[in-house]
Write a protein that binds this ligand. Structure first.
Ligand SMILES: [Fe+2]
Length: 220
C-alpha cells in the first residue's frame, strides 16, 4: 500500500476517548506544565501495525554513541531518521500527516501547528534498548514534540523515563548558569531543588512536550 492509499483511506490512529472535553482539560494542563501524558493514545490495531513496521525497519537503524554539542551530553541509542522513514515506510509517514492526529495536537497546544522542515528530524524512531542507552539533556529546535511509545519496560523502576526541567533558560538565568555550557552543574542544582520532573509511559501512550523550552532527556 502506498502513501496515497493511506491518506485517501485515512487510518484512525487515536483512541476514542480523545474527545473535546478531555482535549480541553489536556490543553489547560499543557499550558500550565508544558507537558501532557496521552494515556493509551494509539488504538490497538494501528499500534500493532506500527509495531510490525518498526520491527521490520529496525535492521536499518544506525547506532549512535557520541557527545552532542553544544550541550556536551551523551547519545547512546539507535536511530532511524526522517529520510529513511520517507524511503521505507509510507505507513509510518501517514502517521505524521494524519489529519486526525494533527487536529488532536492543535486542540491541545491551542495553536496552529506547522510541519517541521528538517528532512531527518521531522520524524524519528529512537531505540533505547540497553541499560546504558540514553538520549541526553537537550532542547529541540521545533516548539512541540509528540512522542509515541511502541515499547516500554513493564515497570517504572526498570527505566524508560522522560525527565525534564521546565523553562530551562529561565531557570539558568535565575541561578546564574549558562544554558548550554553549565548543563551538569545546573541539572544538579535543579535536582536538589526538586525541579526535575520524571514521567514514565507505557506502550501505546504518548506525550506532548514544549520541547524548545523544557530541557529534557530520555533514559533507561
Ligand atoms: Fe528532544
Amino acid at each position: 500500500m502506498n502513501l496515497e492509499t493511506y491518506t485517501q483511506n485515512e487510518i484512525n490512529f487515536v483512541n476514542d476517548h480523545y474527545q473535546d472535553n478531555l482535549l480541553k482539560e489536556l490543553s489547560q494542563k499543557f499550558k500550565k506544565d508544558g507537558y501532557v501524558k496521552l494515556k493509551n493514545f494509539i488504538r490497538l490495531k494501528p499500534y500493532q501495525l506500527i509495531m510490525e513496521e518498526i520491527s521490520i525497519l529496525e535492521q536499518i537503524a544506525t547506532h549512535k554513541n557520541f557527545t552532542m554539542k553544544p550541550y556536551n551530553t551523551p547519545r547512546q541509542l539507535s536511530v532511524i531518521g526522517g529520510s529513511q522513514i520517507v524511503n521505507n515506510s509510507p505507513f509510518l509517514l501517514s502517521l505524521y500527516y494524519s489529519s486526525e492526529v494533527r487536529s488532536v495536537l492543535t486542540k491541545i497546544v491551542d495553536e496552529k501547528i506547522v510541519e517541521c522542515r528538517h528532512p531527518e528530524e521531522f520524524m524519528v524512531i529512537n531505540f533505547l534498548l540497553n541499560k546504558r542507552s540514553t538520549h541526553g539533556w537537550h532542547l529541540d529546535d521545533p516548539p512541540y514534540a509528540l512522542i509515541i511509545f511502541i515499547e516500554s519496560p513493564s515497570c517504572y523502576s526498570d527505566g524508560g523515563l522522560l525527565e525534564f526541567i521546565s523553562d530551562w533558560k529561565d531557570f539558568c538565568k535565575r541561578n546564574d548558569f549558562h544554558p548550554y555550557k553549565d548543563i551538569e552543574q545546573a541539572v544538579k542544582k535543579a535536582k536538589k531543588l526538586g525541579y526535575v520532573h520524571q514521567h514514565w509511559h507505557e506502550k501505546q501512550d504518548a506525550y506532548i512536550l514544549r520541547a524548545d523550552k523544557n530541557l529534557h532527556r530520555a533514559l533507561t
